[in-house]
Every structure is written in structure tokens, then in C-alpha cells.
Design a protein around this ligand. Structure first.
Ligand SMILES: [Ca+2]
Length: 403
């Protein structure tokens, strides 16, 4: 992939990255010269070289600028779909060039944490061409709610767009929309959501707030969802008691859904949501209010009937995006789980043992200073990252020695 030159507005970031990130000995000017030379030779531009536990890594710019990019999906032909929270869906060509915004994308409420959020391909994309989007959908007046729509990718358009899920009820807050999209091995779709900033909704099963929902791809409710047929409960609900889930992925070794969610001040957590289980927010939490006061509803960190997180951070990194690494191209990264951090502006690598326990954490890009919104493993085994910025980027991170 040959990226375009790094945008001018990001020059300062580049200089910081070069000065701060490179553990090796070269001064920035020499690295910039080397980058120019490598680009002239048709190689991707190296933004920074980074020491890591598995050896030196190279960080490349693939595409940008992107306005608050949020989610990405790799097409079979090598192009990449990237959502921008402002409401655009773009294609990144194999030459790194960005398309114009695709037509047919639903209107979004791009305010606060709302906007166009995740993008995922149908498991049958090769034959059905369907792309799924999660977003903050406008309602009456100032109301908004997380929704999921799908449409067929044709050229630079989505056609036949239909909404397959709507969070109910809509609220007028502008935060905690979630939302990530993950297909399971049966072709059903998990949708992760948040409490919309209204804590009690996460314990109210008559609302979709604070839930993981599970639907058939056309929006129908799977008959084996845990609350099907129960009065006063949204039938799409798979699990509940979640605060705000901006990361989700299918564990490649167990085939189970893993999600993560933001705590308040402290208490970001990873969950393995099981059907019908309550993950506790706001009754139990390892966090406190930003004011320093306890969460009013909280009784502590554990309680009967409420699930413990699989893992939590006492100090919140502000996590977003989640990708398991199970690609032979980088054997040293296998059995790793990568998670972006917005507040702490870095990339987290967790390693898992054979029982899926998290046994180690490495922090990467600590000097880069960018909010990492999403992380995915590409078809080449490299990591692809989105930086949350008005002039954000799609970046590629891989061992320096790899092709
Ligand atoms: Ca919890």
C-alpha cells in the first residue's frame, strides 16, 4: 500500500512522533529523509519506529486526513471502508487514496459522542455485497438513538438501505451510544450499546440502553435470544448492565463474543457477555464519578446475581476498538488482544493464556500522543489503527522486518 504524503496539518504530530517515539538513535531529520527515500522507492511512509517487546515496529500512514474516523472494514479486494463520525463513509483504495463520501449513508446525529459509528461487512459479503453501519439516528425533536442500517455496496454508493435495528426508547442525550457490530458464527449480529448517560436505563430491561443486542442480519429476533416472549423486555437483548461499549470482537479461539466498556473514573472493563446475564452497571463498578464521589446506585464492586468483568483497569485508559491477533504473519503477536486507548492516548496489547485469562499487558505508542479509536488486524497480519482527531489517520503498525 502506498499512502499519500502525511498531511501538512499533522506535521507537528509527525515531529512529536519522530522525536518521542523512536527509541533508536537517529535524529528526526535523518528519519524524515529516510521516509522520503522509502516513499520514492514506492514503500509506505514511516511515521515512527517504535521499540516493543517483540522487537522494532514501524508505524506507517495509510490514509488521511479523516474526520474523527470511528470504524473500518476490509473488503476482499484490498480496499478498506472507513467511517467518519461526522457522517461519512469512505473507501481507502489500495494506493491509499480516499474516495469521496459514499452516497446512501443514513442521516446521523453527529453531536457529542453521536454520529456514524461502526462499519462491518456481511459474512456473505462476497455474494450479497451488504455493509452494516451503526450510528446515532435522529428522532423527533432532539431525540436520538443508536441504530443499525444495511445497504449494498455498489461503486461508491450504498443502495437499498434499510434500518434493521433501532434502540428504544430514543433519548435527548448525546453520549454513550456505543457501538460496535460483530457477527457470530451463525451469521447473527451483535450490537453493543451504552446507557446513553442515564445510568438507571442500564438496569431497565424495557429499554435497549446498556445492552448487547443480538439480531438476525435482517433485523428479526433469534428465537433463542434469552428474553424472547417475556413481557416488558426488549427481545433483542442478549446481556445488560453495560455502561458504554465501544469495543467488541469474536474471540478466534473460543468463538465467543468479547466486549469492553468504559467505566466512569476508573473501572474500564472487559466482559465475555453470556446470554441473559447482568453485567452490573451501575450497581457494581470498579470506578467512581468524575467528581470523586461514589456512583449513587453502586453498592460496591460485587453483588449476588451480577457478573464480574473478565478484566478491569483501576485507572481508565478510555478504551475503544478491539482486535484479537491470530495471524501467522506475526507469530510473536499471536494470542494477543489489542485495544485502543483514548484518554491515555496509546495502544494496549494484552496477552492471553490458554484459558483466555489475561496474563500480561504491554503499552505501545505511548509517546505518539494520539487517541486510538479503533484497531483491526488486516488481511496481511499488520495492525490497522484509526486516530480520533479532526484530522485523523488510518495507520498501519507492523514489525519493522515484515514486508
Ligand atoms: Ca460490569
Amino acid at each position: 500500500m502506498t499512502p499519500r504524503p502525511f498531511p501538512l496539518a499533522a506535521a507537528t504530530v509527525l515531529a512529536i512522533a519522530l522525536a518521542g517515539c523512536q527509541p533508536a538513535s537517529e535524529p528526526a531529520a535523518t528519519q524524515a529523509d529516510a521516509a522520503d527515500a522509502s516513499q520514492a522507492a514506492g514503500q509506505p511512509t514511516v511515521v515512527a519506529r517504535i521499540d516493543s517487546e517483540i522487537g522494532a515496529l514501524a508505524l506507517h500512514t495509510v490514509a488521511g486526513p479523516l474526520q474523527h474516523p470511528w470504524g473500518m472494514a476490509f473488503l476482499p479486494d484490498g480496499r478498506i471502508l472507513v467511517s467518519e463520525r461526522v457522517g461519512n463513509l469512505r473507501l481507502v483504495g489500495t494506493d491509499g487514496r480516499l474516495s469521496a463520501p459514499l452516497t446512501g449513508v443514513p442521516a446521523v446525529v453527529a453531536e457529542g459522542q453521536g454520529g456514524l459509528l461502526d462499519v462491518a461487512l456481511s459474512p456473505e459479503f462476497a455474494t450479497d455485497g451488504l455493509v452494516y453501519l451503526s450510528y446515532a439516528e435522529p428522532g423527533e425533536g432532539s431525540l436520538a438513538g443508536t441504530a443499525v442500517a444495511r445497504g449494498r455496496l455498489e461503486g461508491e454508493a450504498l443502495t437499498g438501505v434499510e434500518v434493521v435495528f433501532r434502540q428504544s426508547p430514543k433519548l435527548d442525550t448525546r453520549h454513550h451510544f456505543g457501538s460496535r457490530l460483530v457477527f457470530d458464527d451463525h451469521g447473527d449480529l451483535f450490537i453493543t450499546m451504552g446507557d446513553r448517560g442515564v445510568r438507571p436505563t442500564a438496569q431497565d430491561l424495557s429499554s435497549h440502553m446498556g445492552t448487547v443486542a443480538r439480531i438476525h442480519p435482517d433485523g428479526r429476533v433469534p428465537e433463542d435470544n434469552p428474553f424472547v416472549g417475556e413481557d416488558g423486555i426488549q427481545p433483542e437483548t442478549w446481556s445488560w448492565g453495560h455502561r458504554n461499549q465501544q469495543g467488541a470482537a469474536l474471540n478466534p479461539w473460543t468463538r465467543e463474543l468479547w466486549t469492553h466498556e468504559h467505566g466512569p473514573k476508573g473501572g474500564d472493563e472487559i466482559n465475555i457477555p453470556k446470554a441473559g446475564r447482568n453485567y452490573g452497571w451501575p450497581i457494581i463498578t470498579y470506578g467512581i464519578n468524575y467528581s470523586g464521589e461514589p456512583i449513587p446506585e453502586a453498592v460496591g464492586t460485587e453483588a449476588d446475581g451480577l457478573e464480574q468483568p473478565h478484566h478491569y483497569w483501576p485507572i481508565s485508559p478510555g478504551i475503544s476498538g478491539m482486535a484479537f491477533h491470530d495471524h501467522g504473519a506475526v507469530p510473536a503477536w499471536q494470542r494477543s488482544l489489542f485495544i485502543g486507548a483514548m484518554a491515555e492516548r496509546l495502544l494496549i496489547r494484552l496477552t492471553l493464556d490458554e484459558n483466555q485469562n489475561i496474563v500480561h499487558e504491554e503499552r505501545l505508542l505511548t509517546e505518539f500522543g494520539q487517541r486510538i479509536r479503533d484497531v483491526e488486524v488486516g488481511p496481511d497480519g499488520a495492525l490497522y489503527l484509526l486516530t480520533d482527531d479532526p484530522q485523523g489517520s488510518l495507520l498501519r503498525l507492523a514489525p519493522e522486518a515484515s514486508p
